[in-house]
Design a protein around this ligand. Structure first.
Ligand code: UD1
Length: 376
């Protein structure tokens, strides 16, 4: 009998991490991967388009929890997923990254013990955490809380880089639970590279290859605070005098810009192209062809490091320090962005580039081996 494995997806950054694992498991006769979408992100732009781009089938199970406060969202996922667990009794549940659904599903698995006559090998569903061990050491970030808690209760911790292993060991996690599989997002990027490279999205926005910046901002610490949000608008207007900008607007950012009455500050500027959140292939094409990126995203710090594009991260810390020590990323205050952009624009683009260890397009294969050992 094949082993049932739930793959939890919830929000935009999850899809490109689960897709390679889904495809790799699908190729194994012993595995039955089941996609469970919690519905944390539900828009076409934030969810459906990623399924199409990454060749994922429709989710097998949809919890449809939608938006809400942290407690509401986390609670709704726990309640809904516990019901699914009781019916489905998967051998393993894979949770990914650091969103509210990650901790919610992990917690549901950790506490639900099945009756003795249930058909699975252990008394409860085992938990694998994909992208384990990352730490920003900033407990004001909801994601940091989700990471720490999920790592504490997961049965196997798949880390993307050596700093992840070290963080976990420092927290007292036993080394046999830690398996360094590398960065699985790079698997998606390599899987889709040809299609990504065939696009020319910047042309649609009347921008020229290598002569524009991509901006993405959605962290509550940046966009929920009206003072900071206004500073960001001023900064973007200044940067646009140095280089044109394409700015896909996250729903949180869009809502806040509208509610604070700041949208016009940037929408009137012809050098700033405001667009809807882009699909995976289109967004990666924009990043492949741009001169630099300004962001507060986690994943984009890694993608730019992998392809060698300069990245300014508007945050005081990062849970992905390897993108600074071995990559193209720099942390930056809003007031320093202008200076840093000028430096990047006057520097020569470097082609001499080496990706961090195990960011090689084969992380999913290593995850599959780890599952095999675990469920043997
Ligand atoms: C969530 C994750 C964050 C991740 C981000 C990527 C947590 C704690 N946060 O933050 O780690 O980096 O996703 O996007 O899990 N909305 C829509 N359509 C959607 C989804 C959301 O309009 O499909 C709106 C919501 O109504 C809400 C806002 O966008 O007003 C924010 O969504 P939410 O899922 O609460 O948090 P994110 O900021 O996206």
């Amino acid at each position: 009998m094949s082993k049932k494995i739930h793959l939890i997806v919830a929000a935009r950054p999850n899809f490109m991490k689960i897709a390679p694992l889904y495809h790799a498991l699908k190729a194994e006769a012993w595995a039955n991967p089941v996609i469970v979408h919690t519905g944390q992100h539900y828009d076409i732009n934030m969810s459906d388009n990623f399924f199409t781009d990454l060749k994922l089938p429709e989710p097998d199970i949809h919890l449809e929890v939608g938006s809400g406060t942290h407690a509401e969202q986390t609670g709704r996922v726990m309640i809904a997923y516990e019901e699914i667990l009781k019916k489905e009794t998967p051998e393993l549940t894979v949770v990914v990254g650091d969103v509210n659904s990650t901790i919610a599903c992990a917690m549901a698995c950790a506490k639900l013990h099945y009756p003795a006559d249930s058909k699975i090998s252990h008394s409860r569903t085992k938990i694998a955490h994909l992208e384990a061990g990352l730490r920003s050491f900033d407990r004001d970030m909801p994601e940091e809380i989700n990471r720490i808690l999920t790592d504490t209760i997961a049965d196997v911790l798949w880390t993307p880089s050596i700093d992840g292993d070290e963080n976990l060991k420092n927290e007292g996690v036993s080394p046999e639970k830690i398996v360094r599989i590398g960065n699985i997002m790079i698997d998606s990027l390599e899987m889709m590279r040809e299609t990504i490279e065939l696009q020319n999205v910047c042309e649609e926005f009347k921008l020229t290859k290598s002569e524009y910046a991509v901006v993405t901002l959605h962290r509550p610490s940046n966009v929920d605070n009206p003072v900071k949000l206004k500073e960001i608008c001023t900064m973007l207007n200044e940067i646009s005098e140095l280089i044109p900008i394409v700015f896909p607007l996250h729903p949180r950012t869009k809502k806040n810009l509208e509610e604070c009455g700041f949208m016009q500050l940037i929408s009137d500027n012809k050098q700033i192209v405001l667009v809807e959140p882009q699909s995976y292939i289109r967004f990666m094409n924009l990043v492949f062809n741009c001169r630099l990126v300004i962001t507060d995203s986690g994943g984009i710090q890694e993608e730019t490091t992998y392809i060698g594009t300069p990245c300014l991260t508007i945050r005081p810390n990062t849970e992905r320090p390897i993108t600074i020590t071995q990559g193209t990323n720099q942390l930056c205050k809003i007031g320093d962005v202008n200076n840093q952009v000028q430096k990047i624009l006057s520097a020569k683009t470097s082609t001499d580039y080496k990706a961090p260890d195990l960011w090689d397009g084969h992380a999913a294969d290593r995850a599959v081996q780890s599952i095999k050992q675990m469920l043997e």
